[in-house]
Design a protein. Structure first.
Length: 618
């Protein structure tokens, strides 16, 4: 089968060489970032480290999950992203934990109040429904509130077509096996269909997606029985433009997930099942006036998780969020935000438990004519259980521009505040109503150099101190007595030496002191090469190296930490448009060298796998 795989890649490369004679014409535009200020600012005027994952990059990552795409970015390490579908992900950013990362979809906060850490499960999101992603690294609690201590992942769903009716269909299938079991059976299927359009002032988008995989066991066991995974999602978006100034949009989403898993304590096969259902509905409205705009984002979500294991448990949670703010630009230099954020979390245990958070906040961005920029603000966190607490940020930068590019010096000092989850306070296992909130302080400093839009390199140092970190101890949830000190360096490079060739790399060094820092690599490297053979054919080669780290062996008593070896992965992707802007096919080959490695102790990881798919626009 290996010979067949190599032959297939060779045939595709030969074909792309035949069509490569078409002229490639790519227009480079100045990058604009929004998430760090909620205003459209050119990258050179932004003092934060923002990663922009464009629609083009997502298109060139067909067949990959959201977790896999984010895992390739500097500062991130997503434990489980290379394992069996349905493996619980640990979203670690800059040496932090999952509860310190905030996820937004179309500007609306999403989090599961019934989960242990109020995290959002990235497995519930379909890549095919996403237009772009902006990631703010570092503390952003002033603008986005609680949990935004190490990063904010702001996901924008696909835009509605301006045609009366438009459709898109994506489908792919592939193998799903470990490096030891290279059977090349088709065991992973993904489909997505959407119909959307604009009728005068009315717009609509209806979408369905599903994913199913089998062939891999959740844990490395003697039998290695298959643990299946399935996910189904339905999306509806309706919009109406009353005028050029006033627009409103309503949306709804339902997601259902089923994942089989094994017994982690003792590492044995088990017929366990995780069932999850999420229902979400919301409303967004914007009214533009003169130099400003009033924006409203609100949503209601229901979560239910049924864990059928040795101790069957059902978690139910409800979440209401509202963010209302006024954007106002006094002139081209001074931009302000004045807003109010409301969160209500509710979960059922022996009785219903809930809390409210009401946060007024203000933020200001100043962009001078001589290169100095300042992003600063403050927020008052008013919690029904913990009272009031202030967080703030000061983010200056200075840019020296010339006709060919710029050099930017940036720095930041920010605080953030994370209250314990309902599960930690009132849950069924180890709850502690006396927990203290976690407090964070983050310092950053770095340089960025850009030459036109063809070359950019940046280096940044960060340091974060965490007080009252919540962990699960011998008596249940406790606050750590020690202060967590997480620091590191991030280096990023993007270069387009010629029009149709792009390369890039990022390196992250992370050190966390104060606890055992499990599953966090000190060294992580990602690199990629992208080449456009023609207007219709492109290919990517991606390399990643994850350094040594430790994990905890819960199969022993008392549990002990185990060193995990570093590993490297090489992925290949190629796509060709058979009919321009209508029909394209792609091949995605992951872990080309079929490396055997451990990502989470005792859990399986994927070997060489192949996925073939198509994308049809109507």
């Amino acid at each position: 089968m290996n010979k067949n795989f190599i032959g297939l890649c060779a045939a595709i490369l030969a074909y792309t060489g035949a069509v490569a004679q078409e002229e490639v014409n790519i227009q480079h535009l100045d990058e604009v970032v929004v998430s760090d200020s909620r205003f459209e600012l050119s990258r050179e005027n932004s003092g934060k480290t923002v990663i922009k994952i464009s629609s083009e990059e997502i298109k060139r990552s067909q067949g990959k999950t959201i977790a896999e795409i984010i895992n390739s970015k500097s500062g991130f390490s997503l434990a489980g992203s290379n394992g069996k579908e349905g493996t619980v992900l640990g979203v670690y950013a800059r040496g932090g934990r999952g509860r310190q990362v905030l996820v937004l979809v179309d500007g609306v906060r999403i989090s599961d109040p019934s989960s242990v850490n109020q995290e959002y499960d990235l497995r519930l999101l379909s890549t095919s429904n996403i237009e772009s992603i902006e990631i703010i690294k570092g503390a952003a609690s002033t603008l986005y509130g609680t949990n935004a201590a190490t990063a904010v992942i702001n996901i924008t769903t696909k835009k509605v077509s301006e045609n009366k009716i438009s459709g898109n269909f994506q489908s792919s299938m592939g193998t799903n096996h470990t490096s030891e079991d290279q059977n090349y059976d088709i065991a992973d299927f993904s489909n997505n269909v959407s119909i959307n359009g604009t009728l005068n002032k009315f717009s609509y988008n209806v979408g369905f997606s599903n994913r199913y995989s089998e062939g891999m066991s959740a844990l490395v066991t003697p039998n290695n029985e298959e643990d299946d995974f399935s996910n189904f999602a339905a999306d509806l978006k309706l919009g109406y433009a009353f005028s050029d100034e006033f627009k409103i949009r309503v949306y709804a989403n339902q997601t259902k997930t089923r994942a089989e898993f094994d017994e982690a304590y003792g590492m044995i096969d088990a017929p366990y099942v995780f069932l999850s259902e999420q229902n979400r509905a919301g409303l967004s409205a914007e009214y533009k006036y003169n130099k400003g705009a009033l924006v409203l984002n609100t949503a209601f979500s229901e979560y239910e998780s049924d864990i059928e294991d040795g101790f069957p448990t059902i978690y139910k949670g409800k979440n209401r969020v509202l963010d209302f703010y006024n954007k106002y630009s006094f002139n081209n230099n001074l931009h302000t935000i004045l807003g109010l954020n409301y969160i209500h979390d509710e979960t059922e245990y022996s009785e219903v438990q809930d809390f409210n958070i009401v946060d007024p906040y203000v933020n200001m961005v100043y962009v001078s004519d001589f290169g100095f920029n300042l992003n600063t603000g403050m927020r008052a966190n008013n919690h029904s259980e913990y009272g009031s607490h202030f967080v703030y940020n000061v983010n200056p930068s200075f840019t020296i521009k010339n006709s060919n590019g710029y050099v930017k010096v940036m720095g930041s000092y920010a605080t953030s505040y994370i209250t314990p989850s309902l599960n930690q306070l009132f849950g069924n296992f180890g709850a502690n109503a006396d927990l203290k909130p976690e407090e964070n302080r983050t310092v950053e400093g770095g340089l960025e150099y850009a030459l036109n839009t063809d070359f950019r390199i940046s280096a940044l140092y960060f340091n974060r101190k965490e007080k009252n970190f919540v962990y699960y101890g011998n008596a249940g949830y406790e606050n750590a007595d020690t202060t967590i000190d997480a620091s590191g360096v991030e280096v990023e490079l993007n270069w387009t030496p010629i029009t149709n060739f792009n390369l890039g790399a990022n390196y992250t060094f992370t050190e966390r002191e104060g606890d055992n820092a499990i599953r966090l690599p000190k060294h992580k490297l990602n690199a990629f090469l992208g080449y456009d053979f023609s207007k219709r054919t492109n290919a990517n080669l991606n390399f990643s190296m994850t350094g040594k780290r430790t994990d905890t062996d819960f199969g022993t008593f008392p549990s002990v930490n185990v060193d995990l070896a570093s590993y490297s992965l090489l992925d290949f992707y190629i796509a060709h448009e058979v009919i321009a802007n209508k029909l394209s096919f792609f091949l995605n080959a992951s872990n080309l060298l079929n490396e055997a490695y451990t990502e989470i102790l005792g859990y399986t990881t994927k070997g060489r796998n192949i996925r073939l798919g198509l994308n049809l626009n109507l």
